[in-house]
Design a protein around this ligand. Structure first.
Ligand code: FES
Ligand code: FE
Length: 442
């Protein structure tokens, strides 16, 4: 791959060795989204999810802190919790009855007398805990790597954009209506790269869906002068400044009215006029490595890798906690009609990613390059927007930013000190460093 030239190898979408390296070098090292704080408000509240392919339990403690530990019994490896979410006093393994408290400590087991003195030191056989847990304005992240930079540094300049969705009004956000899971036979990166910057597909792939949702009206035109790609550390937000594109696509007039009359004026006060126009515009975003959202449409999602050619998509509806119930319901209905599993847009995307993944695997096809050069000369210094900025929403800039970070981590061999700074425009000159040969010099 050569991101300065703007092309990628197709191998990264199906190769098993590369996938294993992604699990070690990216998912076992980066900060990964595991929960929203409001999903587990009370002591004993828990949910189960995955960090890479490692199953984990995210659990609220008695002191209201949050612990994350591996959902795998140290006896034979069974999951100690099969449920998606709930409230527990302990987690008891189904297989031989080992029981763990909500902090993951081994408390006891079925027929404990079968162990002779010296067979087991219970204090050493708890559930493995992650290295760090931290949160950013309601979003809880965890990492297996004790050497990872702080969550604030990891998010870097991207926080300016993330605040558009998590901090645009008093009281913060919540995920409502539960979690929807779907399996898509596609590589996890196709979902992330689509949301990080692929405005280009929207007017084409989603043309019929847009017309069906909006009385025959087509996808809003993109203003290539007043629209941008912004990326920092592999995270990215592509956006316009027109204020109403994604809100229009949601197809709920009451939400549009609420946004125009209530939310946008408050947002302008809180985050500034500029970000109030970014929020509702045609926009999409991803947090490296595998979280995505649409600010004005309010879908929030994570792409869980399940092998190189399969992903599990988990989606939620994200709303401001202080919104009237009627507006929350309108937004939920709108999200289901657009980006629910049977939504007008969700199905169009999944089919494309499935076929991208499958066709890239052909033994002859895999030797061909993929083109990621759109807009490569449109980099600019913007006085207001943090991060690395490119002009024009039809652009591959954020995708290049995402894969640059991916490549940095895959090549850094475990040390964060070897991972280049990709946070902002401070980085001058060539977009990527020259990489040594090896597995990932693709
Ligand atoms: Fe959990 Fe045996 S595998 S108790
Ligand atoms: Fe799409």
């Amino acid at each position: 791959m050569d991101l300065d030239e703007g092309w990628l190898s197709r191998r990264i979408f199906h190769d098993q060795d590369i996938y294993e390296a992604e699990m070690r070098n990216i998912f076992a090292r980066c900060w990964l989204f595991v929960a929203h704080e409001t999903q587990i408000p009370n002591p004993g509240d828990f949910l189960t999810t995955y960090m890479g392919e490692d199953a984990v339990i995210v659990c609220r403690q008695k002191d209201l802190s949050i612990k994350v530990f591996v959902n795998s019994c140290p006896h034979r490896g069974n999951k100690v919790c099969y449920a998606d979410a709930g409230n527990a006093r302990r987690f008891v393994c189904n297989y031989h009855g080992w029981g763990f408290d909500t902090a993951g400590k081994l408390q006891g087991m079925h027929e404990e007398y079968c162990y002779d003195p010296g067979d087991i030191d219970k204090s050493k056989w708890g559930l493995k805990e992650v290295a760090k847990v931290d949160s950013y304005k309601g979003l809880v992240f965890a990492t297996f790597d004790p050497a990872v930079p702080s969550l604030a540094d990891y998010l870097g300049d991207y926080r300016w954009y993330l605040d558009c969705i998590v901090d645009n009004d008093e009281g913060g956000t919540e995920l409502i209506g539960g979690c929807i899971k779907s399996i898509i036979p596609a590589n996890w990166k196709f979902g992330v790269e689509n949301f990080v910057g692929d405005a280009y597909h929207a007017g084409w792939t989603h043309d019929s869906g847009t017309r069906a949702m909006n009385d025959g009206n087509p996808f809003p035109p993109i203003d290539m002068v007043n629209s941008f790609h912004a990326s920092a550390n592999g995270h990215g937000h592509e956006f316009g400044l027109e204020g109403v594109g994604d809100i229009f696509l949601l197809g709920r007039p009451k939400v549009m009215e609420y946004y125009n009359s209530v939310l946008r004026p408050r947002m302008a006060k809180r985050l500034g006029e500029r970000r109030s126009m970014i929020f509702g515009s045609v926009a999409s975003a991803s947090i490296f490595p595998n979280v995505s959202y649409l600010p004005g449409i309010s879908t929030f999602r994570t792409w869980l890798p399940k092998g190189p050619m399969q992903l599990e998509l988990r989606t939620w509806v994200i709303v401001n906690r202080n919104m009237p119930d009627e507006i929350k319901e309108e937004i939920t209905t709108g999200v289901m009609q657009t980006f629910g599993p049977g939504g007008a847009f969700e199905m169009d995307d999944g089919e494309n990613w499935e076929n991208c993944t499958l066709s890239n695997r052909g033994v002859v096809t895999r030797e061909e390059k993929l083109h990621y050069r759109c807009g490569i000369g449109r980099k600019l210094d913007h006085p207001e927007f943090p991060g690395t900025i490119y002009r024009g929403q039809y652009n591959d800039a954020n995708q290049r930013g995402f894969y640059r970070r991916w490549q940095d981590l895959m090549n850094a061999g475990g040390a964060w000190s070897e991972v280049p700074d990709r946070n902002s425009n401070r980085l001058r000159g060539r977009e990527t460093r020259d990489l040594p040969g090896g597995l990932l010099n693709l």
